[in-house]
Design a protein around this ligand. Sequence first.
Ligand SMILES: *Cc1c(COP(=O)(O)O)cnc(C)c1O
Length: 430
Amino acid sequence: MTDPRRHIPRTDTLLAEPRLAKAAQQLGTDLVKEVISAAQQCARRGDIAPAEVAERALAMLPPTASSLRSVLNATGVVVHTNLGRAPLSAAALDAVHAAGGSTDVEFDLAQGRRAARGSGALAALARAVPDAADVHVVNNNAAALLLCALGLARGREIVISRGELVEIGDGFRIPDLLEGTGARLREVGATNRTTVADYAEALGPDTAFVLKVHPSNFRVTGFTAQVPITRLAALDAPVVADIGSGLLRPDPLLPDEPDATTALREGAALVTASGDKLLGGPQAGLLLGDAALVSRLRGHPCARALRVDKLTLAALEATLRGPAPPVRAALEADAGALRGRAEELSSALRRRGVDAHAVHSVAAVGGGGAPGVELPSAAVSVPAEHAARLRRGQPPVVGRVEKGRCLLDLRTVDPDDDERLLEAVSACMS
Ligand SMILES: *Cc1c(COP(=O)(O)O)cnc(C)c1O
């Protein structure tokens, strides 16, 4: 008897198989070769027969040439940093697609000469916040803060409350970021209480600006005091307000969340914010406010190192001008409608033999803002031991394990994805 492993098809034979050849055109030969080699390994181990190698390779092909996978966010955390924060709207995705090739990002097609970069996105942002005399966009909010410190405070002091020395996440801290620019931090007040007198005493000829940082991912309660922007603006130094989440106007659903328009009206000279939190757009840092300050920052030599890509500009403009993005839809979804979807999905799953039922759930905005805000929601509850298989499924589904059950929270799932969710759950349960 010959060893069946000797019949494992060779790589070049497999690459000639029409469907694998087509995949090589779409994904690149190297990637397809990797997958073929993994399928051949399965055959060598005896997991599959040599005749099954091609089918196995086809089943293992990734959907795109990037290893980033499209995931169903059923965590109930609207702005989930580990899942890429805000999902883009269809309009923003179309804009990214169109801008992906050669594009007039820095070119005036009518005149045939160079033009200001990304003027469409900047105009859309300026229109969305009429209280800002000028606007600029950089890589993210951390970059916006970095640029403020580099451009306005090198060798000088930034006055900041001890209650606002915030860690953004993953070990990155705003105070370290600012000090890295050569600015000095002048910390005032205590962790729980800072008064206007604390700020006033610290101001002097070395003061570059007062920085107000929104505690976007934690809450301090009890014996506390912070100074509102209005009071800080009456002092003798410009106020830079890092509002975090990127709300441009007040949001009745999130009454405690700061927004750019209000911060500017209260007297902030500059506002910085993220593009991919509650604004619902791409990763970006928004800088809004005083025309002379914005123009100084835009012209700083380091601004070039923080500038955004054409894909970001395209997605940001489409988010600002187009239909409301998924983050909005997730925040505004009606709890009754979520319950209806949970009931429907659960019965469909039960009909397929899955132990599933609809339950009440509590969703959250996430690290991106509104700490402590609880959004009433509904979830499909399945056995907790399925959580890992759901994550490894196609598409991967990420839920939340609570009290021995895996909850698939529908507030963060687009209703158009319910069918995909149903198929993904049934596929990995059977
Ligand atoms: C999220 C956040 C940041 C960091 O923003 P990135 O866009 O991730 O760089 C900074 N400050 C505050 C208050 C935040 O909420």
